[in-house]
Design a protein around this ligand. Sequence first.
Ligand SMILES: Nc1ncnc2c1ncn2[C@@H]1O[C@H](COP(=O)(O)OP(=O)(O)OP(=O)(O)O)[C@@H](O)[C@H]1O
Ligand SMILES: [Mg+2]
Length: 234
Amino acid sequence: MSSFLKVSGMEFAYGEVTVLRGLDLEVEAATISCVMGRNGVGKTTFLRNVVGLEKSSAGKVFMGGNEVTNMEAHQRAARGIGYVPQGRQIFPLLTVEENLSVALEAVKSGTRMIPEHVFSTFPVLDQMRKRKGGDLSGGQQQQLAIARALVTQPKLLVLDEPTEGIQPNVITQIGEIIRNLVDEQGITILLVEQYVDFVRKFADSFQVMNRGRFVAQGETSELDESMVKKHLSV
Ligand SMILES: Nc1ncnc2c1ncn2[C@@H]1O[C@H](COP(=O)(O)OP(=O)(O)OP(=O)(O)O)[C@@H](O)[C@H]1O
Ligand SMILES: [Mg+2]
């Protein structure tokens, strides 16, 4: 099996409070896998452990067959993990170009140029290169956050609720862009998403998290109403 990301037995606690209780996940290369679940069940914490921003108390993480468990976030980034955090977290006072350049500083390779394909993927950012990040709409800021993760040309892109607080027409655009990254560039994607229609339309597989455990998983074609009702409706 050609899983690009493999997580086994991941556990994590904030102090005394256990949040992740033994998570196993495999994401096949060039597919989109989606973690769903109600508020506060540990989705963001899981992503932060995958990208190395939190240190798991147990478990292993493999990327492209190589173990990265003991690597810091910047080392995992250098191995090809790109991360788009929840709430976007762009720099509001920097221009679009400057926001993208900051991400380049993080990679130690020689290049200091923003790859042109980033602007062809997001034409709206091309038009707004000199605009301040804080002056963009929510949807444009989300595109900037994704573009920022792409300047380092990641093999695995990890996104935390990319559609949160965004208008429906822009949600579709973002879904199509993500799908194209997978289908045309072979990038592997792990994302957290609450919006069931988006998952059905754009993702390949899903897992539902509840209180730090995966309680359901499968192909997105199997994501039916009874499952949504049982695990996801509030
Ligand atoms: N830095 C922190 N210190 C202590 N507890 C935290 C911290 N961050 C999150 N938590 C707690 O850990 C649990 C999981 O939080 P997490 O943010 O991973 O959930 P989530 O599923 O991403 O939620 P949401 O859907 O609201 O984004 C929650 O109970 C939260 O209060
Ligand atoms: Mg979250």
